[in-house]
Design a protein around this ligand. Structure first.
Ligand SMILES: Cc1ncc(COP(=O)(O)O)c(C=O)c1O
Length: 273
C-alpha cells in the first residue's frame, strides 16, 4: 500500500511522521474523507473547498490544492480497488508539546483504504453528550475526533452503526460521521448549519436534489419522525431502521427510498457536482 507523505508516494509500512507532529500530540489537524469508486473520486472539488475552509478555521496555511490533487491521483493509481475511502489529512506539523504551534510547516498525508458498500438501512443511537455549536471547532472537519470515537464505540456496543448528538440547546445536530435527516408529514428536514453540524457534502447535495428543508429540530423529533436517514460520503443516503429502542420497520420508507434513488441517479451522472 502506498501513501502520499512529504511530497511523494511512500510505502505505508515504512513512511514516518514525526512523533512531535501537532496532529498527533494535540489533534491540531483537519481531514477529508472522499469516496473513490473504481479509482474515481466523487465531489473532489467540494472536498477540497472544505479542506481549505477547515484549514482557515484552524489558522493553518491554505493547503496546496494542486499537490493534494496530485497526491490523490497517485495514491489511487498505486492501489486500484472497486470502492475506496480516500483520506486527506493535513496537520499543524512538527511542533512543541503544548498547544502552541511550531514553525516547521504543515504535514500532508493522503491514504486510501478499501471499503465495502454500506447496507441500505442501519440502526442508530442517541448519546447524552453534546455538540458545541458555539465552539471554536464548530463546523470544521478537524482531527480532534475523540468525542466521536467515544460516541461511536457506545453505538457499536448497542448494535448500531452511528451515534447522534444534540447540541447545547437540545436541538438535533448530527452523527459522529454523518448528517441526519427526518421525514415529517412527507417533508424532509435536516438541522441547519447553525446547529453546529458539519457542512456535509452529501447533506448539501441531498438538500439541493430533494428540496429538503433546513429546520431547527428538537432532539426528540426522533421519537416521532415518520422516517429517518443519514448522509455521508461513504453512506450516501442511508435509511435508519432503529433509533435507540424505536423500530422503524419499513425503512427505507417511501420518502427515503426516493431520496436514495435521486442521489444514486444524480451522483451517477456527475462525478464532481
Ligand atoms: C461530524 C461529521 N458530520 C457529517 C459528516 C458527513 O459529511 P460528508 O457528507 O461531507 O461526508 C462527516 C463526514 O464524515 C462528519 O465527520
Amino acid at each position: 500500500m502506498k501513501i502520499w507523505l512529504d511530497g511523494g508516494l511512500q510505502d505505508s509500512e515504512s513512511a514516518r511522521v514525526s512523533a512531535f507532529d501537532h496532529g498527533l500530540t494535540v489533534g491540531d489537524g483537519i481531514f477529508e474523507t472522499v469516496k473513490a469508486v473504481d479509482g474515481k473520486l466523487f465531489a473532489l472539488t467540494r472536498h477540497l473547498d472544505r479542506l481549505t475552509r477547515s484549514a482557515r478555521g484552524l489558522g493553518l496555511p491554505d493547503p496546496d490544492l494542486d499537490e493534494v490533487r496530485r497526491a490523490c491521483a497517485a495514491v489511487l493509481a498505486a492501489d486500484p480497488m472497486p470502492l475506496g475511502r480516500l483520506r486527506v489529512t493535513y496537520t499543524g506539523g512538527h511542533g512543541p508539546l503544548g498547544s502552541d504551534r511550531g514553525e516547521h510547516g504543515p504535514t500532508l498525508l493522503v491514504a486510501l483504504g478499501e471499503s465495502a458498500r454500506r447496507p441500505d438501512s442501519t440502526a442508530v443511537i442517541t448519546v447524552p453528550w453534546t455538540r458545541n455549536e458555539r465552539g471554536a471547532l464548530a463546523g470544521l472537519k478537524t482531527t480532534s475526533y475523540a468525542e466521536n470515537v467515544v460516541a461511536l464505540a457506545r453505538a457499536r456496543e448497542q448494535g448500531a452503526s452511528e451515534a447522534l448528538f444534540g447540541n447545547t440547546v437540545g436541538q438535533l445536530c448530527e452523527g459522529t460521521g454523518s448528517n441526519v435527516f427526518v421525514v415529517l408529514d412527507g417533508e424532509i428536514h435536516t438541522p441547519p448549519l447553525a446547529s453546529g453540524c458539519l457542512a456535509g457534502i452529501t447533506r448539501a447535495l441531498t438538500v439541493a436534489w430533494t428540496g429538503a428543508k433546513e429546520t431547527d429540530l428538537p432532539l426528540d423529533v426522533l421519537d416521532r419522525a415518520d422516517e429517518v436517514f443519514l448522509t455521508s460520503s461513504l453512506r450516501d443516503v442511508q435509511a435508519v431502521h432503529r433509533v435507540d429502542d424505536r423500530e422503524l420497520p419499513s425503512a427505507p420508507g417511501p420518502v427515503t427510498a426516493k431520496a436514495m434513488r435521486i442521489f444514486d441517479e444524480r451522483s451517477g451522472h456527475d462525478q464532481d457536482p
